[in-house]
Design a protein around this ligand. Structure first.
Ligand SMILES: Cc1cc2nc3c(=O)[nH]c(=O)nc-3n(C[C@H](O)[C@H](O)[C@H](O)COP(=O)(O)OP(=O)(O)OC[C@H]3O[C@@H](n4cnc5c(N)ncnc54)[C@H](O)[C@@H]3O)c2cc1C
Length: 310
């Protein structure tokens, strides 16, 4: 049976939409399936200041522009929360939606992104974008010179703390135990640079008025509670790739669940399947997602051109 399109893209974030533009420019028929917010995680970014061409732009506007460009290039964008991907009869891949809808493509791009793990503290969601951040690379400069808390005990948390110290912030690194998963070198560097380690401590609530002004914490050993005045709270307690669909298709993932790709082509371990953006775990920024989307689409076009005819 003939496939609906040449490239079937799962996810309409920066990776998926850039792939759609590049694939259309190579003459491929493209369908992009989106089960959540059109434009992806990007649509949640309050203020993007590191995407070339824009001094500052809201994530919603940037995502809207990417979507418009992909549609103008001729890509179909359909609402579909994909529950399963399987090999299609006669070649290619089929995506099956929660509602039973079915889309097929000769090649497949997984651009499903990743989710930042939430802390679970009271008012965390309320202050997201108003002092609470999950992305230091994106938001650290907004807090230069201010007191901030970094939550977590891994390398990402320490790298965040060091970035903030370099921006002249007073940094409290809050961790639920005194054992850190971070590399020792990072821990030592953080101590040497004056990061204040608040160990055996959990954050129970994020407080403020319009914006964050403190975190309420409790020492898990003494049960003593107190507040630490801060303007920013950087939560670095892990990232979960949206890679279940990939794994079920037999695509190789790493120990953390990120889809393994060849960095020059974005090809996965399954021929005809490509992956791009945060789901690959590479840099987790808009520029990186768009770059990988462009590469993946180009590789899909080359794959179809060079594939022996059945
Ligand atoms: C608050 C915030 C601020 C940020 N600020 C910046 C910044 O300033 N600068 C910067 O460079 N980066 C920033 N980022 C990071 C940036 O948004 C991501 O790196 C980027 O969006 C990744 O793009 P992506 O296309 O890989 O994935 P995503 O944007 O996550 O898109 C993936 C899409 O796939 C869809 N999807 C997943 N599973 C399915 C399924 N089963 N069926 C159908 N659809 C599915 C999702 O709904 C989602 O729309 C920020 C992120 C957040 C959350």
């Amino acid at each position: 049976m003939a496939c609906d399109c040449d490239l079937l893209v799962i996810g309409s974030g920066p990776a998926g939409l850039t792939a759609a533009v590049y694939a259309r420019r190579r003459g491929l028929g493209v369908t992009v399936l989106e089960g959540g917010t059109e434009g992806g995680y990007l649509a949640n970014a309050p203020n993007v200041e590191n995407y070339p061409g824009f001094k500052a732009v809201s994530g919603l506007e940037l995502a809207g522009r990417m979507l418009e460009q992909a549609k103008a290039a001729g890509a179909e964008v359909a609402r579909c929360e994909v529950s399963k991907i399987e090999k299609a009869e006669g070649g290619g891949f089929a995506a099956v939606g929660m509602d039973g809808s079915r889309f097929t493509g000769k090649t497949l791009l997984l651009a499903t992104g990743a989710e930042h793990r939430k802390l679970g503290a009271k008012s965390e969601a309320e202050y997201a974008g108003k002092g609470v951040s999950y992305c230091a690379t994106c938001d650290a400069p907004l807090f230069a010179g201010k007191p901030v808390a970094v939550i977590g005990g891994g390398s990402a948390a320490f790298a965040t703390a060091l970035m903030l110290v370099d921006l002249k912030c007073r940094v409290f690194l809050i961790h639920r135990s005194k054992d850190f998963r971070a590399e020792n070198a990072l821990v030592e560097k953080a101590k040497a640079k004056g990061v204040e380690l608040v160990v055996d401590t959990v954050v129970t609530e994020i407080k403020g008025d319009r914006f964050v002004n403190s975190v309420a914490v409790t020492n898990v050993l003494t049960k003593q509670a107190r507040e630490i005045p801060v303007n920013g709270v950087f939560i670095a307690v892990g990232i979960k790739p949206m890679s279940e669909l990939a794994a079920a298709l037999g695509v190789e993932t790493d120990a953390a669940g990120f889809v393994k790709v060849d960095l020059k082509t974005c090809a996965t371990s399954v021929p005809g399947v490509f992956a791009a953006g945060d789901v690959t775990g590479w840099f987790k920024q808009i520029v990186a997602a768009t770059a990988q989307g462009a590469l993946a689409a180009t590789s899909a076009a080359d794959y179809l051109k060079n594939k022996p005819q059945a």
